[in-house]
Write a protein that binds this ligand. Sequence first.
Ligand code: UGA
Length: 438
Amino acid sequence: MRVGVLGVGHVGLVTAACMADFGHDVIGYDDDGHKIAALRAGDMPFYEPDLDRLVADNVSTGRLRFSGDAVEALSDREVVFICVGTPSREDGSPNLAYVQAAAQAVAAHARGPVVVAEKSTVPVRTGERIRQALALESQARQGTAHHEVVSNPEFLREGSAVEDTLRPDRIVVGADSTNAHEVMRRVYTPQLERHDCPYVETDVKTAELIKHASNAFLATKISFINAVARVCELTGADVETVADAMGHDPRIGRAFLNAGIGYGGSCFPKDVEAFVHIAAELGYDFGLLRETQRINREAKVWPVHQLRRLLWNLQDKEIAVLGVAFKPGTDDIRDAPALDVIDALEADGASVRLHDPVALDQVRGRFARAELYEDAREALRGAHAVVTCTEWDEYRKIEPEQLAELLAYPVVVDGRNVWDPAALEAANLRVASVGTPF
Ligand code: UGA
Protein backbone atom coordinates (compact mmCIF):
# COMPACT_ATOMS: atom_id res chain seq x y z
CA MET A 1 0.00 0.00 0.00
CA ARG A 2 1.06 3.62 -0.43
CA VAL A 3 1.59 4.95 3.08
CA GLY A 4 2.52 8.46 4.20
CA VAL A 5 3.87 9.38 7.60
CA LEU A 6 3.50 13.02 8.51
CA GLY A 7 6.04 14.04 11.16
CA VAL A 8 9.21 11.99 11.53
CA GLY A 9 9.85 12.40 15.25
CA HIS A 10 10.14 9.40 17.55
CA VAL A 11 6.76 7.83 16.77
CA GLY A 12 6.75 8.88 13.11
CA LEU A 13 10.18 7.59 12.19
CA VAL A 14 9.63 4.25 13.90
CA THR A 15 6.21 3.92 12.27
CA ALA A 16 7.63 4.76 8.83
CA ALA A 17 10.51 2.28 9.13
CA CYS A 18 8.28 -0.54 10.42
CA MET A 19 5.55 0.05 7.81
CA ALA A 20 8.24 -0.14 5.10
CA ASP A 21 9.59 -3.31 6.67
CA PHE A 22 6.11 -4.87 6.35
CA GLY A 23 6.37 -4.26 2.61
CA HIS A 24 4.47 -1.00 2.16
CA ASP A 25 5.70 1.87 0.00
CA VAL A 26 6.36 4.59 2.60
CA ILE A 27 7.18 8.29 2.41
CA GLY A 28 8.13 10.08 5.64
CA TYR A 29 7.34 13.78 5.42
CA ASP A 30 8.35 16.58 7.75
CA ASP A 31 8.39 20.35 7.25
CA ASP A 32 11.69 20.50 9.17
CA GLY A 33 14.06 20.50 6.19
CA HIS A 34 17.13 19.84 8.38
CA LYS A 35 15.59 16.65 9.74
CA ILE A 36 14.76 15.39 6.24
CA ALA A 37 18.25 16.26 4.94
CA ALA A 38 19.85 14.43 7.88
CA LEU A 39 17.67 11.35 7.36
CA ARG A 40 18.50 11.30 3.67
CA ALA A 41 22.17 11.39 4.62
CA GLY A 42 21.60 8.39 6.89
CA ASP A 43 21.79 10.30 10.22
CA MET A 44 19.28 9.46 12.96
CA PRO A 45 17.79 12.51 14.73
CA PHE A 46 17.76 10.63 18.08
CA TYR A 47 19.08 7.46 19.67
CA GLU A 48 16.83 4.41 19.44
CA PRO A 49 18.21 0.84 19.44
CA ASP A 50 17.99 -0.94 16.04
CA LEU A 51 16.28 1.97 14.30
CA ASP A 52 19.28 3.02 12.21
CA ARG A 53 19.61 -0.49 10.78
CA LEU A 54 15.86 -0.77 10.06
CA VAL A 55 15.82 2.62 8.33
CA ALA A 56 18.95 1.87 6.29
CA ASP A 57 17.66 -1.57 5.18
CA ASN A 58 14.36 -0.19 4.00
CA VAL A 59 15.84 2.89 2.35
CA SER A 60 18.17 0.61 0.38
CA THR A 61 15.24 -1.44 -0.98
CA GLY A 62 13.47 1.79 -2.00
CA ARG A 63 10.44 1.03 0.18
CA LEU A 64 11.23 3.97 2.49
CA ARG A 65 11.85 7.53 1.34
CA PHE A 66 11.96 10.91 3.09
CA SER A 67 10.67 14.14 1.66
CA GLY A 68 10.22 17.74 2.71
CA ASP A 69 7.98 18.39 -0.28
CA ALA A 70 4.31 18.05 0.70
CA VAL A 71 3.13 17.53 -2.88
CA GLU A 72 5.55 14.68 -3.47
CA ALA A 73 4.85 13.15 -0.07
CA LEU A 74 1.08 13.44 0.17
CA SER A 75 -0.49 13.50 -3.29
CA ASP A 76 -0.89 9.75 -3.98
CA ARG A 77 -1.04 8.14 -0.50
CA GLU A 78 -3.85 5.74 0.47
CA VAL A 79 -3.18 6.07 4.19
CA VAL A 80 -1.44 8.91 6.02
CA PHE A 81 -0.37 8.53 9.66
CA ILE A 82 -0.34 11.79 11.60
CA CYS A 83 2.63 11.62 13.97
CA VAL A 84 3.22 15.29 14.80
CA GLY A 85 3.88 16.63 18.30
CA THR A 86 1.11 17.62 20.72
CA PRO A 87 2.99 19.79 23.24
CA SER A 88 1.29 20.91 26.47
CA ARG A 89 -0.08 24.41 26.79
CA GLU A 90 0.45 26.26 30.07
CA ASP A 91 -2.96 25.18 31.39
CA GLY A 92 -2.10 21.50 30.75
CA SER A 93 -4.27 21.09 27.66
CA PRO A 94 -2.53 19.70 24.57
CA ASN A 95 -1.78 22.11 21.75
CA LEU A 96 -3.33 20.49 18.67
CA ALA A 97 -2.32 23.15 16.14
CA TYR A 98 0.20 20.80 14.48
CA VAL A 99 -2.44 18.07 14.19
CA GLN A 100 -4.80 20.50 12.49
CA ALA A 101 -2.04 21.73 10.15
CA ALA A 102 -1.25 18.09 9.28
CA ALA A 103 -4.89 17.40 8.39
CA GLN A 104 -4.99 20.55 6.27
CA ALA A 105 -1.81 19.50 4.45
CA VAL A 106 -3.34 16.10 3.60
CA ALA A 107 -6.56 17.67 2.28
CA ALA A 108 -4.60 20.30 0.36
CA HIS A 109 -2.32 17.86 -1.48
CA ALA A 110 -4.13 14.51 -1.76
CA ARG A 111 -5.43 13.78 -5.25
CA GLY A 112 -7.75 10.98 -4.10
CA PRO A 113 -9.46 9.80 -0.92
CA VAL A 114 -7.12 9.19 2.00
CA VAL A 115 -7.56 7.38 5.31
CA VAL A 116 -6.01 9.71 7.86
CA ALA A 117 -4.83 7.80 10.91
CA GLU A 118 -4.03 9.72 14.12
CA LYS A 119 -1.08 8.18 15.92
CA SER A 120 -0.15 11.24 17.95
CA THR A 121 -1.69 10.98 21.43
CA VAL A 122 -4.72 13.22 21.28
CA PRO A 123 -7.73 13.91 23.52
CA VAL A 124 -10.92 12.03 22.93
CA ARG A 125 -13.00 13.69 20.19
CA THR A 126 -9.96 15.02 18.27
CA GLY A 127 -10.98 12.69 15.43
CA GLU A 128 -14.12 14.79 14.93
CA ARG A 129 -12.02 17.95 14.69
CA ILE A 130 -9.64 16.33 12.19
CA ARG A 131 -12.62 15.25 10.07
CA GLN A 132 -13.91 18.83 10.16
CA ALA A 133 -10.48 20.28 9.23
CA LEU A 134 -10.17 17.85 6.30
CA ALA A 135 -13.65 18.72 5.00
CA LEU A 136 -13.13 22.48 5.35
CA GLU A 137 -9.78 22.44 3.57
CA SER A 138 -11.11 20.21 0.75
CA GLN A 139 -14.14 22.43 0.28
CA ALA A 140 -12.01 25.58 0.23
CA ARG A 141 -10.02 24.01 -2.61
CA GLN A 142 -13.08 22.68 -4.44
CA GLY A 143 -11.89 19.14 -3.72
CA THR A 144 -14.32 16.24 -4.01
CA ALA A 145 -12.35 13.49 -2.26
CA HIS A 146 -13.94 12.06 0.89
CA HIS A 147 -11.21 11.53 3.48
CA GLU A 148 -11.79 9.30 6.49
CA VAL A 149 -10.36 9.53 9.96
CA VAL A 150 -9.03 6.66 12.03
CA SER A 151 -7.56 6.58 15.54
CA ASN A 152 -4.66 4.14 15.69
CA PRO A 153 -2.83 4.88 18.95
CA GLU A 154 0.79 3.93 19.42
CA PHE A 155 1.96 2.04 22.50
CA LEU A 156 5.70 1.98 21.82
CA ARG A 157 8.19 2.74 24.56
CA GLU A 158 11.34 4.71 23.89
CA GLY A 159 14.36 2.46 24.03
CA SER A 160 12.37 -0.53 22.75
CA ALA A 161 10.33 1.33 20.14
CA VAL A 162 11.30 -0.91 17.21
CA GLU A 163 10.60 -4.14 19.09
CA ASP A 164 7.30 -2.73 20.47
CA THR A 165 6.18 -1.72 16.97
CA LEU A 166 7.24 -4.91 15.19
CA ARG A 167 5.80 -7.13 17.93
CA PRO A 168 3.11 -5.17 19.78
CA ASP A 169 0.88 -6.48 22.63
CA ARG A 170 -2.16 -5.28 20.72
CA ILE A 171 -3.16 -3.13 17.77
CA VAL A 172 -6.04 -0.72 18.32
CA VAL A 173 -7.92 0.72 15.37
CA GLY A 174 -10.85 3.07 15.84
CA ALA A 175 -12.88 3.92 12.74
CA ASP A 176 -16.43 4.96 12.05
CA SER A 177 -16.91 3.23 8.67
CA THR A 178 -16.49 -0.28 7.26
CA ASN A 179 -14.31 1.06 4.47
CA ALA A 180 -11.82 2.67 6.87
CA HIS A 181 -11.64 -0.55 8.92
CA GLU A 182 -10.99 -2.54 5.73
CA VAL A 183 -8.18 -0.21 4.65
CA MET A 184 -6.53 -0.48 8.09
CA ARG A 185 -6.82 -4.26 8.06
CA ARG A 186 -4.94 -4.25 4.74
CA VAL A 187 -2.27 -2.04 6.36
CA TYR A 188 -1.82 -4.44 9.27
CA THR A 189 -2.25 -7.84 7.56
CA PRO A 190 1.48 -8.24 6.76
CA GLN A 191 2.35 -7.38 10.34
CA LEU A 192 -0.22 -9.79 11.82
CA GLU A 193 1.10 -12.55 9.54
CA ARG A 194 4.56 -12.05 11.05
CA HIS A 195 3.45 -11.55 14.65
CA ASP A 196 -0.06 -12.43 15.73
CA CYS A 197 -1.56 -10.23 18.46
CA PRO A 198 -5.01 -9.01 19.54
CA TYR A 199 -6.43 -6.63 16.92
CA VAL A 200 -9.03 -4.40 18.58
CA GLU A 201 -11.49 -2.77 16.20
CA THR A 202 -13.64 -0.06 17.69
CA ASP A 203 -14.95 3.44 17.03
CA VAL A 204 -12.73 6.51 16.89
CA LYS A 205 -13.61 7.93 20.32
CA THR A 206 -13.05 4.62 22.15
CA ALA A 207 -9.64 4.18 20.49
CA GLU A 208 -8.63 7.70 21.49
CA LEU A 209 -9.63 7.01 25.09
CA ILE A 210 -7.77 3.67 25.22
CA LYS A 211 -4.47 5.48 24.76
CA HIS A 212 -4.98 8.05 27.52
CA ALA A 213 -6.47 5.46 29.88
CA SER A 214 -3.50 3.09 29.33
CA ASN A 215 -0.81 5.70 29.99
CA ALA A 216 -2.69 7.18 32.96
CA PHE A 217 -3.09 3.70 34.47
CA LEU A 218 0.63 2.90 34.11
CA ALA A 219 1.59 6.27 35.62
CA THR A 220 -0.79 5.57 38.52
CA LYS A 221 0.79 2.15 39.05
CA ILE A 222 4.19 3.87 39.41
CA SER A 223 2.85 6.49 41.81
CA PHE A 224 1.11 3.77 43.82
CA ILE A 225 4.36 1.89 44.41
CA ASN A 226 6.18 5.16 45.16
CA ALA A 227 3.59 5.92 47.85
CA VAL A 228 4.02 2.37 49.21
CA ALA A 229 7.79 3.07 49.24
CA ARG A 230 7.24 6.04 51.57
CA VAL A 231 5.31 3.80 53.98
CA CYS A 232 8.02 1.12 53.73
CA GLU A 233 10.68 3.70 54.65
CA LEU A 234 8.64 4.71 57.71
CA THR A 235 7.88 1.18 58.88
CA GLY A 236 11.06 -0.68 58.04
CA ALA A 237 9.51 -2.84 55.30
CA ASP A 238 11.17 -3.49 51.94
CA VAL A 239 9.37 -2.15 48.85
CA GLU A 240 11.03 -4.47 46.32
CA THR A 241 9.84 -7.56 48.16
CA VAL A 242 6.39 -6.01 48.45
CA ALA A 243 6.36 -5.35 44.70
CA ASP A 244 7.68 -8.84 43.83
CA ALA A 245 5.05 -10.52 46.00
CA MET A 246 2.24 -8.29 44.69
CA GLY A 247 3.43 -9.01 41.15
CA HIS A 248 2.91 -12.76 41.52
CA ASP A 249 -0.82 -12.05 41.43
CA PRO A 250 -1.60 -12.08 37.69
CA ARG A 251 -4.35 -9.52 38.31
CA ILE A 252 -1.65 -7.06 39.45
CA GLY A 253 1.53 -8.06 37.56
CA ARG A 254 5.10 -7.03 38.49
CA ALA A 255 5.69 -4.61 35.59
CA PHE A 256 5.72 -0.87 36.39
CA LEU A 257 5.99 -1.51 40.12
CA ASN A 258 9.59 -0.30 40.34
CA ALA A 259 9.73 2.39 43.00
CA GLY A 260 12.06 5.28 42.20
CA ILE A 261 12.24 9.03 41.72
CA GLY A 262 9.10 9.13 39.58
CA TYR A 263 8.04 8.89 35.98
CA GLY A 264 9.27 11.29 33.29
CA GLY A 265 9.55 11.35 29.52
CA SER A 266 7.52 12.92 26.77
CA CYS A 267 4.41 10.83 27.43
CA PHE A 268 3.30 10.10 31.00
CA PRO A 269 3.60 13.61 32.51
CA LYS A 270 1.96 15.24 29.49
CA ASP A 271 -0.71 12.57 28.97
CA VAL A 272 -1.79 12.43 32.62
CA GLU A 273 -2.03 16.21 32.67
CA ALA A 274 -4.02 16.20 29.41
CA PHE A 275 -6.37 13.47 30.67
CA VAL A 276 -7.09 15.41 33.89
CA HIS A 277 -7.75 18.51 31.77
CA ILE A 278 -10.04 16.76 29.26
CA ALA A 279 -12.04 15.06 32.02
CA ALA A 280 -12.48 18.41 33.80
CA GLU A 281 -13.61 20.05 30.56
CA LEU A 282 -16.20 17.30 30.16
CA GLY A 283 -17.36 17.86 33.76
CA TYR A 284 -15.50 15.09 35.64
CA ASP A 285 -12.91 15.77 38.33
CA PHE A 286 -10.36 12.94 37.91
CA GLY A 287 -8.99 13.33 41.45
CA LEU A 288 -7.22 9.97 41.33
CA LEU A 289 -4.95 11.24 38.57
CA ARG A 290 -4.30 14.52 40.36
CA GLU A 291 -3.05 12.43 43.28
CA THR A 292 -0.88 10.39 40.86
CA GLN A 293 0.69 13.68 39.81
CA ARG A 294 1.20 14.88 43.39
CA ILE A 295 2.98 11.66 44.38
CA ASN A 296 5.20 11.98 41.30
CA ARG A 297 6.19 15.55 42.19
CA GLU A 298 7.06 14.34 45.68
CA ALA A 299 9.12 11.41 44.29
CA LYS A 300 11.29 13.81 42.28
CA VAL A 301 12.42 15.77 45.33
CA TRP A 302 13.04 12.65 47.46
CA PRO A 303 16.80 12.49 46.64
CA VAL A 304 17.37 16.09 47.69
CA HIS A 305 15.60 15.54 51.03
CA GLN A 306 17.78 12.47 51.61
CA LEU A 307 20.97 14.39 50.79
CA ARG A 308 20.01 17.16 53.21
CA ARG A 309 19.34 14.51 55.86
CA LEU A 310 22.70 12.82 55.29
CA LEU A 311 24.93 15.83 54.54
CA TRP A 312 23.06 18.68 56.28
CA ASN A 313 23.88 21.78 54.14
CA LEU A 314 24.45 21.16 50.46
CA GLN A 315 26.16 24.51 49.85
CA ASP A 316 29.54 23.85 48.17
CA LYS A 317 29.12 20.08 48.34
CA GLU A 318 30.15 18.13 45.26
CA ILE A 319 27.36 15.75 44.28
CA ALA A 320 27.84 13.07 41.61
CA VAL A 321 24.60 12.53 39.70
CA LEU A 322 24.49 9.29 37.71
CA GLY A 323 22.05 9.39 34.82
CA VAL A 324 20.02 12.21 33.30
CA ALA A 325 17.97 10.37 30.63
CA PHE A 326 14.35 9.85 31.77
CA LYS A 327 15.02 6.10 31.69
CA PRO A 328 17.77 3.75 30.42
CA GLY A 329 18.05 2.97 26.72
CA THR A 330 17.36 6.50 25.49
CA ASP A 331 19.07 9.89 25.28
CA ASP A 332 15.73 11.62 25.84
CA ILE A 333 15.71 14.04 28.78
CA ARG A 334 12.22 15.47 28.31
CA ASP A 335 10.62 15.85 31.77
CA ALA A 336 13.38 13.63 33.19
CA PRO A 337 13.23 13.52 37.01
CA ALA A 338 17.03 14.08 37.05
CA LEU A 339 16.49 17.63 35.75
CA ASP A 340 14.41 18.50 38.84
CA VAL A 341 17.00 16.87 41.09
CA ILE A 342 19.87 18.84 39.53
CA ASP A 343 17.92 22.13 39.58
CA ALA A 344 17.16 21.61 43.29
CA LEU A 345 20.79 20.74 44.06
CA GLU A 346 22.03 23.85 42.28
CA ALA A 347 19.44 25.96 44.10
CA ASP A 348 20.94 24.65 47.36
CA GLY A 349 24.40 25.74 46.22
CA ALA A 350 25.77 22.27 45.48
CA SER A 351 28.13 21.55 42.57
CA VAL A 352 26.85 18.74 40.37
CA ARG A 353 29.16 16.27 38.61
CA LEU A 354 26.92 14.67 36.02
CA HIS A 355 27.41 11.44 34.10
CA ASP A 356 25.17 9.76 31.53
CA PRO A 357 26.35 7.26 28.91
CA VAL A 358 24.34 8.78 26.03
CA ALA A 359 22.38 11.89 27.07
CA LEU A 360 25.10 14.40 28.00
CA ASP A 361 24.84 16.25 24.69
CA GLN A 362 21.20 17.02 25.48
CA VAL A 363 22.11 18.97 28.65
CA ARG A 364 25.17 20.91 27.55
CA GLY A 365 24.70 24.52 28.68
CA ARG A 366 21.42 23.79 30.46
CA PHE A 367 22.65 24.07 34.05
CA ALA A 368 24.41 26.93 35.83
CA ARG A 369 27.36 24.95 37.18
CA ALA A 370 27.00 21.22 36.48
CA GLU A 371 30.17 19.62 35.15
CA LEU A 372 29.66 16.83 32.60
CA TYR A 373 31.67 13.59 32.80
CA GLU A 374 32.11 10.98 30.10
CA ASP A 375 33.31 8.47 32.70
CA ALA A 376 31.09 7.61 35.68
CA ARG A 377 34.06 6.78 37.91
CA GLU A 378 35.58 10.21 37.25
CA ALA A 379 32.29 11.86 38.24
CA LEU A 380 32.38 9.87 41.51
CA ARG A 381 36.02 10.55 42.36
CA GLY A 382 36.15 12.98 45.30
CA ALA A 383 32.38 13.68 45.38
CA HIS A 384 30.67 14.13 48.76
CA ALA A 385 27.76 11.92 47.71
CA VAL A 386 26.27 10.11 44.75
CA VAL A 387 22.66 10.17 43.54
CA THR A 388 21.41 7.72 40.92
CA CYS A 389 18.68 9.11 38.69
CA THR A 390 18.70 6.59 35.80
CA GLU A 391 19.28 2.86 36.27
CA TRP A 392 21.81 2.32 33.46
CA ASP A 393 23.27 -1.21 33.56
CA GLU A 394 26.83 0.08 33.70
CA TYR A 395 26.18 1.60 37.15
CA ARG A 396 25.32 -1.83 38.55
CA LYS A 397 28.84 -2.91 37.59
CA ILE A 398 30.39 -0.40 40.00
CA GLU A 399 31.09 -2.46 43.12
CA PRO A 400 30.13 -0.96 46.52
CA GLU A 401 33.79 -1.20 47.66
CA GLN A 402 34.85 0.82 44.64
CA LEU A 403 32.14 3.39 45.37
CA ALA A 404 33.44 3.71 48.92
CA GLU A 405 36.98 4.17 47.59
CA LEU A 406 36.06 6.83 45.01
CA LEU A 407 33.73 9.00 47.11
CA ALA A 408 35.11 11.63 49.52
CA TYR A 409 32.20 11.02 51.94
CA PRO A 410 30.55 7.58 52.08
CA VAL A 411 27.06 8.77 51.10
CA VAL A 412 24.83 7.03 48.52
CA VAL A 413 21.31 8.16 47.60
CA ASP A 414 20.06 5.45 45.27
CA GLY A 415 17.05 6.98 43.52
CA ARG A 416 16.60 4.01 41.18
CA ASN A 417 17.61 1.16 43.49
CA VAL A 418 20.59 0.27 41.33
CA TRP A 419 22.53 -1.36 44.15
CA ASP A 420 21.62 -3.79 46.91
CA PRO A 421 21.38 -1.62 50.07
CA ALA A 422 22.78 -4.43 52.26
CA ALA A 423 25.89 -4.68 50.04
CA LEU A 424 26.35 -0.89 50.22
CA GLU A 425 26.08 -0.93 54.00
CA ALA A 426 28.52 -3.82 54.17
CA ALA A 427 31.02 -1.53 52.40
CA ASN A 428 30.49 1.04 55.17
CA LEU A 429 28.47 3.39 53.01
CA ARG A 430 25.61 5.47 54.42
CA VAL A 431 22.66 4.70 52.25
CA ALA A 432 19.22 5.97 51.27
CA SER A 433 17.51 3.53 48.87
CA VAL A 434 13.93 4.10 47.74
CA GLY A 435 11.49 2.13 49.90
CA THR A 436 13.93 0.61 52.37
CA PRO A 437 14.32 1.78 55.98
CA PHE A 438 17.12 4.28 56.69
C1 UGA B 1 5.24 5.19 27.69
C2 UGA B 1 4.40 3.90 27.66
O1 UGA B 1 5.04 2.87 28.43
C3 UGA B 1 4.18 3.41 26.24
O2 UGA B 1 3.32 2.27 26.23
C4 UGA B 1 3.54 4.54 25.43
O3 UGA B 1 3.36 4.18 24.07
C5 UGA B 1 4.42 5.77 25.48
O4 UGA B 1 4.60 6.16 26.86
C6 UGA B 1 3.76 6.87 24.68
O5 UGA B 1 2.68 7.32 25.08
O6 UGA B 1 4.26 7.22 23.60
P1 UGA B 1 7.85 5.76 27.54
O7 UGA B 1 7.48 7.16 27.90
O8 UGA B 1 8.79 5.53 26.42
O9 UGA B 1 6.53 4.87 27.21
O10 UGA B 1 8.55 5.11 28.83
P2 UGA B 1 8.22 4.05 29.96
O11 UGA B 1 9.07 2.87 29.79
O12 UGA B 1 6.78 3.81 30.07
O13 UGA B 1 8.72 4.84 31.26
C7 UGA B 1 8.14 6.08 31.65
C8 UGA B 1 8.72 6.58 32.95
O14 UGA B 1 8.26 5.77 34.03
C9 UGA B 1 10.25 6.56 33.04
O15 UGA B 1 10.69 7.76 33.62
C10 UGA B 1 10.56 5.38 33.94
O16 UGA B 1 11.75 5.55 34.66
C11 UGA B 1 9.35 5.41 34.87
N1 UGA B 1 9.06 4.08 35.47
C12 UGA B 1 8.67 3.04 34.70
C13 UGA B 1 9.18 3.92 36.85
O17 UGA B 1 9.54 4.88 37.58
N2 UGA B 1 8.89 2.70 37.40
C14 UGA B 1 8.49 1.65 36.65
O18 UGA B 1 8.23 0.57 37.23
C15 UGA B 1 8.38 1.81 35.26
